[in-house]
Design a protein around this ligand. Structure first.
Ligand code: ATP
Ligand code: MG
Length: 316
């Protein structure tokens, strides 16, 4: 039976007959990390091979600024602006730059979990109701190298009803992340298209917010709303929180995209990413195949653009 340390990823061969229960605690002899291993799941996870030749070697070794923006919420209360697609493909791009990445599906729609092939798994709901302190037990090592996922499930919808009127409900995720955040270089949080329990928790837990926005007439309205909330958080809770607008699904064939882009750029200036994500059918195709776009078609324009976005974030 192969056991992989969740922290340093060292793999150990263990004699299965020494283990009684399915779940058991082990200490890594290399980094001393103590973690829970599962008899049933060990050895089953076959890591998928990375697409070759899409990342320059020097970027892979670029150091992570531990005091930098490592916990990133992807938020906009406007629906369908590519929050989930960005969380997945940016997370994968960072993992290809050899960064250790945790994705958090913080949306009861569970779109991110579904896209990654996770159904009926535990979620933040179970994190709060298990009676355990940490998050580690609930985090799944995915088949993609350097990539972990805290999935969502349908029970997540109950959290909003249960905790919304409790004092300090908006700090629940931040508190839980404290115990695991040093194990990852980046933590990306996908949020729902509304501002309530989940988005508030995600924003308060984060150092940085990516606001995806399409180039459409009402886009500036959605960005304004989330910007106001971030500014309130900045004044009252976390003065270091920053944000940038990411243009998504840019239609190069359409003049109105260019007009709205110019408007967004003049409003948000340096608070827009240099990288723009084009409308690209490869994103849709890759999602049908449950595969991130850079594993589906590494030469596609959106794969290249999400890698550029990852480089912009690492170099920031
Ligand atoms: N660059 C792109 N080019 C073409 N289609 C895209 C692109 N990015 C996302 N899409 C498509 O747009 C739709 C919405 O994307 P996504 O689910 O990521 O948005 P969302 O903001 O997370 O939505 P919600 O608000 O419901 O959570 C999906 O069908 C997705 O495949
Ligand atoms: Mg989504």
């Amino acid at each position: 039976m192969i056991i992989t340390c969740e922290k340093c990823e060292t793999r150990f061969n263990m004699d299965e007959s020494n283990v009684g229960q399915d779940a058991f605690r082990v200490r890594c002899s290399r980094c001393s990390n103590v973690f829970t291993a599962h008899k049933s799941s060990q050895g089953e996870l076959q890591e998928i091979k990375k697409p070759e030749g899409i990342v320059e070697e020097e970027l892979k070794t670029a150091p992570v600024n531990l005091n930098g923006d490592r916990i990133i919420a992807i938020s906009n209360q406007k629906g369908g602006v590519a929050k989930t697609s960005t969380c997945l493909n940016l997370g994968i791009s960072l993992s290809l730059l050899e960064k250790r990445v945790l994705l958090i599906d913080f949306d009861a729609q569970s779109n991110l979990s579904i896209l990654m092939g996770y159904k009926n798994t535990k979620s933040f709901y179970e994190v709060l109701h298990s009676g355990q302190d940490g998050l580690t037990e609930f985090i799944e090592k995915t088949k993609y190298p350097n990539l972990w996922l805290l999935p969502s499930n349908r029970k997540m919808v109950l959290l909003a009803q249960k905790y919304l009127h409790e004092k300090n409900f908006e700090y629940l995720l931040r508190e839980k992340l404290n115990s695991v955040k040093d194990q990852y270089d980046y933590i990306l949080i996908d949020t729902p298209p509304s501002v309530e329990f989940f988005t508030l928790n995600a924003l308060i837990a984060s150092d940085f917010v990516i606001i995806p926005s399409q180039c459409e007439y009402l886009s500036t309205h959605g960005v304004n709303q989330i910007e106001k909330i971030i500014k309130t958080i900045k004044r009252n809770i976390n003065q270091d929180i920053e944000y940038k607008v990411l243009i998504t699904m840019y239609d190069t064939e359409n003049i109105h995209s260019e007009v709205i882009y110019t408007k967004l750029k003049s409003m948000y200036k340096e608070k827009t990413f240099a990288t723009i994500i084009d409308q690209d059918v490869k994103i849709k195709e890759s999602q049908i195949m449950n595969t991130p776009v850079m594993y589906y078609d590494k030469s596609s324009i959106s794969a290249q653009q999400y890698l550029d976005l990852a480089k912009e974030i690492v170099e920031k």
